[in-house]
Ligand binder design. Structure first.
Ligand code: SF4
Ligand code: SF4
Length: 424
């Protein structure tokens, strides 16, 4: 089966980065290429661009640049990349570039280029200073907060389109509203992605073992984090602030595909390419057992459609534990990413997602609001109408609290008497 489109996460400098974020899953990949210069050659850039564009049968293609830190390639490399895209693009094809960066090397010249060429930038920022600097430090262990904020301001000045990628970890997970309000109010961003840090303890840096580092978020923490932010968003920001997991969830409640691999039933349409043309099944599985081949030896499309890659993608569905099959939120969760499936179900079955508790709580929590917004969309009304509903419900609840007698059931729904609960 040849897909109409697929993605490749490009690593032009491999795992090389100017920072040393303590939870980074990619820095250890340098060990796969001892002695390498970690720099994509112009020949590989040309060949990749040619093959990638020829293989796509959709009107819009995206080049996804990541690392390590891709800006370490220098601006001229990206000028050549854009030139190659112009050279190989099919008639009528729209070309997009997505650049994930820590932002620390961006200057006026970079920002002019990014704006002029319509790059969509993902900027990594974990919240206000103390929460961001908890793990996102440079090679000397120093704070990176000011440099990242300067990059955000510079991109705003140059009208570069960017979204914020915030990882959720042990340090910032207990502070959901502090993180969200900082991004929304102080930074003024309208596009946010949350990525849970689940970092396994092992010496290989591969997806092995079932213990996690102390930096990792727990399932419960992640669920609580998302719920707190959703409760704020659904009251104030629908239609104004776009949080990726909320959008993905709404698509699922509308009966559409989520559009994000981790929540799809199957995956495998997002390869990763190292600096030397080595292709792996996924950015999260850059490790020998998921090596597909090198672009110099095998055409990209053949690697994408190989039996090994098909099997990789279908295993996401085929290895789902029984608990997930009977789960009320499987339609939106689908067991999330296989990289996190190293926990056990209550009856001892292996392969449950480590974050299950959080996802189950979160998706159940948002169910009424999602149903309402999906119904509004079906009726061709604005999903933002949910904010009026929430305001009415909150006012009613406040009234019930204000008028509850000491021996009445607590309006919070705990089942306890008011005097033993919120009335205490
Ligand atoms: S392994 Fe996870 S991140 Fe990779 S493609 Fe599958 S779902 Fe996506
Ligand atoms: S919430 Fe848990 S049980 Fe339900 S589909 Fe997701 S991982 Fe499986």
């Amino acid at each position: 089966m040849t897909p109409a489109a697929f993605h490749v996460m490009l690593k032009p400098r491999g795992a090389i980065c100017n920072l040393n974020c303590r939870y980074c899953y990619f820095l250890s990949k340098v060990r796969l290429y001892p002695g390498s210069q970690f720099r994509m050659s112009d020949e590989l850039l040309q060949e990749y661009t040619r093959q990638y564009m020829a293989a796509q049968r959709v009107p819009e293609v995206t080049f996804a640049w990541q690392g390590g830190e891709p800006t370490l390639m220098g601006l001229d490399f990206f000028r050549r990349a854009v030139a190659a895209q112009h050279q190989y693009r099919k008639a009528g094809m729209r070309v997009m570039n997505a650049l994930q960066t820590n932002g620390t090397l961006l200057d006026d010249e970079w920002c002019s280029f990014l704006h002029a060429n319509d790059f969509l930038v993902g900027l990594s920022l974990d919240g206000p200073r103390a929460l961001h600097d908890a793990y996102r430090v440079d090679r000397g262990g120093r704070s990176t907060f000011d440099r990242v904020m300067a990059a955000a301001r510079l991109m705003q000045q140059h009208q570069v389109e960017f979204n914020i990628l915030t990882t959720v970890h042990a340090a910032n997970a207990p502070h959901p509203l502090e993180v969200y309000r900082f991004l929304r109010d102080e930074l003024g961003t309208h596009f946010i992605q949350f990525i849970p840090i689940v970092e396994r303890v092992n010496d290989s840096g591969f997806q092995e073992g079932d213990r996690v580092t102390s930096r990792s978020v727990t399932g419960k923490q992640y669920g609580d984090f998302l719920i707190a932010i959703f409760d704020e968003w659904v009251r104030h920001d629908v239609g104004q602030v776009f949080v990726q997991i909320f959008d993905v969830a709404l698509a699922a409640w509308l009966g559409q595909r989520p559009g994000l691999c981790i929540f799809e039933e199957t995956c495998g349409n997002a390869l990763a390419m190292e600096h030397n043309g080595d292709i792996y099944s996924c950015d999260h599985f850059v490790e020998p057992r998921h090596f597909l081949g090198n672009l110099a030896d095998v055409p990209l499309l053949d690697l994408m459609t190989s039996e090994q890659q098909q099997h990789f993608g279908q295993a996401k569905r085929d290895t789902l534990p029984a608990t997930c099959h009977s789960c009320e939120v499987r339609f939106v969760c689908n067991g999330e990413c296989p990289k996190n499936r190293f926990a056990y179900t209550p009856d001892g079955e292996a392969g449950l997602n480590y974050l299950c508790e959080g996802y189950r709580a979160f998706f159940n929590h948002i169910d009424p609001a999602m149903k309402f917004m999906a119904a509004e969309l079906h009726a061709q009304r604005a999903p933002a109408n949910i904010m009026q509903v929430m305001a009415r419900q909150d006012a009613e609840l406040q009234h019930r609290f204000a008028t509850a007698g000491r021996n009445d059931p607590c309006p919070c729904g705990s089942g306890k008497k008011f005097k033993h609960c919120h009335g205490r």
